[in-house]
Design a protein around this ligand. Structure first.
Ligand code: GLN
Length: 283
């Protein structure tokens, strides 16, 4: 984007108008402007009340840079460096998948299963930013949570998130369950589940492919998780997984073939069957 003097945002209102004129929606424009001005996202109402306030040249220049990044397709969460998830604010960058509201279904379901199980041992597979593990620990400080990821870079960020939020979760580098010893009261995962040839993958090009793509049918990682989880589950305990919009039936079959019972699916906020669970037989 060429920055002409005419494009330079001299006031709050002009900055928003400029961004809108380039095709940004109002929310993105406001959040980028606040970020450029060093103000938190909660201050959106401040912008309305201060529409005629001048913008410092350094903030104006930064705003135009952030705007150019957004217009090039970079996700807002990476530009802001943070994303809200189930009541906590996580630092995110290109090392990790951006937590989605869809995944809150998995957290909510886990909390229901874990109600009445104080001190339960929970394993989060493919934790990325730590979103699921940290959201659970935030809701239930009594839980003992182990969160793993194959990516050392993702774990570095997840550990930073845990430290900043003051939440005690154990992290482990492991390719699925290969480095895991022990038995848990709940295992859950939002693994990669997009098919390698799925055109949707191109729209997600800013995020780590390792966190998204899972073989020709998108089920490679789910297959491994479902096949290897049973010896790590206490009899009678649950495995919960997130999956693609059209994978509930096949994931259900995979769970059944691996001996799971009471197999059920749940819909995400968009009404899509997004999570499935199975229970390890009691005996
Ligand atoms: N829900 C993501 C998407 O399709 C994919 C996340 C994943 O593969 N776990 O945008």
């Amino acid at each position: 984007m060429v920055v002409t003097p005419a494009a330079f945002p001299h006031s709050v209102a002009l900055a928003i108008v400029h961004a809108r004129g380039l095709g940004l929606d109002a929310l993105d424009a406001q959040l980028l402007l606040l970020h450029a001005m060093g103000m938190p996202s909660e201050c959106r109402v401040w912008l309305t009340a201060h529409a005629d306030d001048p913008i410092a040249p350094s903030a104006g220049t930064l705003f135009l840079t952030l705007l150019a990044r957004r217009l090039a397709g970079e996700p807002l969460a990476y530009i802001l460096g943070q994303k809200e998830f189930y009541g906590i604010s996580l630092s995110v960058d290109s090392r990790v998948l951006i937590p989605r509201p869809d995944t809150e279904t998995l957290v909510e379901w886990s909390l229901e299963i874990l109600a009445g199980h104080p001190g339960a041992r929970v394993l989060d597979l493919g934790t990325g930013s730590g979103a699921i593990a940290l959201a659970l620990k935030h809701q239930r400080p009594d839980l003992q949570i182990l969160a793993l990821d194959a990516s050392a870079a993702a774990l570095e960020l997840a550990r930073q998130n845990a430290a900043r939020l003051g939440l005690e979760v154990c992290f482990l580098q492991s390719d699925w369950l290969r480095a895991v010893a022990g038995v848990f009261d709940l295992i859950l995962s939002n693994p990669p589940y997009v098919g390698d040839a799925d055109p949707h993958l191109a729209e997600l090009a800013w995020e780590p492919e390792q966190a998204l793509a899972a073989g020709a049918d998108g089920l490679d990682d789910l297959r491994e998780i479902i096949a290897t989880a049973p010896p790590h589950l206490q009899p009678g305990s649950w495995l919960l997984v997130e999956h693609g919009h059209d994978q509930a039936r096949r994931v259900g079959e995979m769970l059944r073939d691996c001996g799971f019972q009471q197999i059920t699916s749940r819909r995400d906020l968009g009404g899509i069957e997004r999570c499935s669970a199975g229970r390890r037989p009691v005996q």
